[in-house]
Design a protein around this ligand. Sequence first.
Ligand code: IPM
Ligand code: MG
Length: 362
Amino acid sequence: MTQTYRITLLPGDGIGPEIMAVAVDILKVVGQQQNLTFEFNEALIGGAAIDAVENPLPKQTLDTCKQSDAVLLAAIGGYKWDTMPRHLRPETGLLGLRAGLELFANLRPAQILPQLIDASSLKPEVVEGVDIMVVRELTGGIYFGSPKGVFSTETGEQRGVNTMAYTVAEIDRIGRVAFETAQKRSGKLCSVDKANVLEVSQLWRDLITALSSEYPDVELSHLYVDNAAMQLVRWPKQFDTIVTSNLFGDILSDIAAMLTGSIGMLPSASLGADGPGVFEPVHGSAPDIAGQDKANPLAQVLSVAMMLRYGLDQPAAADKIESAVLTLLAQGYRTGDIQSPGTTVLSCKAIGETLIQILNQG
Ligand code: IPM
Ligand code: MG
């Protein structure tokens, strides 16, 4: 029987539309092979939505997302909107999407592919075999805590405020996702906080520690975030699954991404308790190369694989895409961001066409 899924496509800004086009073609090919059909609905988000309707997350977009089985997002943002007031910034649309779909768990894998080991700025012996999953809390913490804003003090001075806050329930649910993720991986979980300074982090640490009694098969450790940042660069192989709060996860996931040499390779999944997840590359909209057919579409393609695996429970289809990407790299094809001597640089579109050839051969 053919299974049909409703997928909302949010191409967004910059290189978003180019990489989305490649990813959708790949999804269609794998769908044919695996007997899956897709109904696509495209919607506006970010700068594209600001330009069209003066709202980075139009209600219609959120409604379309809510009615779908999964959401595939490319990238948002660009210089053009960087100086706009906050409610007219692309990032506000992305945060609204996360909050609107209650996507509290963000999974960001960073895996060193042997084919790309030379792309890393670290020594091969340091990064070889690195395979990390950052589980970032995504709808709480300082990104969403109140009070927030710029207020006048009694003396009339302006004072900017954000609040890092977590409830027990918020820590508990992200903790469970992290322990379960670690169980499916090597069984090692490192929780990252700043409990030596922050009360909110002490609560985080206490609750994660308490939860560990329910997951005796997972080996739990704790690090302060400054040390974790250092350890990630010093000896990343000590990590398997990392769980951390929204802001710390934002920062650590960029560090973990860069261990692999290019942020252009990394997908992510944002999941809620129920309802559709959002699957998107970790990288941004790269406005400097937009429209030039130069972008690396592989993070977007691998986001399709994460969507199949974590959003639609179609692991066989996900495997096909991931193995096609490995074959492509093994054949020496690259985009500019990951090129090295002896490899062949292809355009964004040509990477897509080559992947389709590989899928049709396999
Ligand atoms: C990310 C990005 C976003 C974040 C920005 C674009 C709002 O950096 O997804 O990591 O800070 O969460
Ligand atoms: Mg970030």
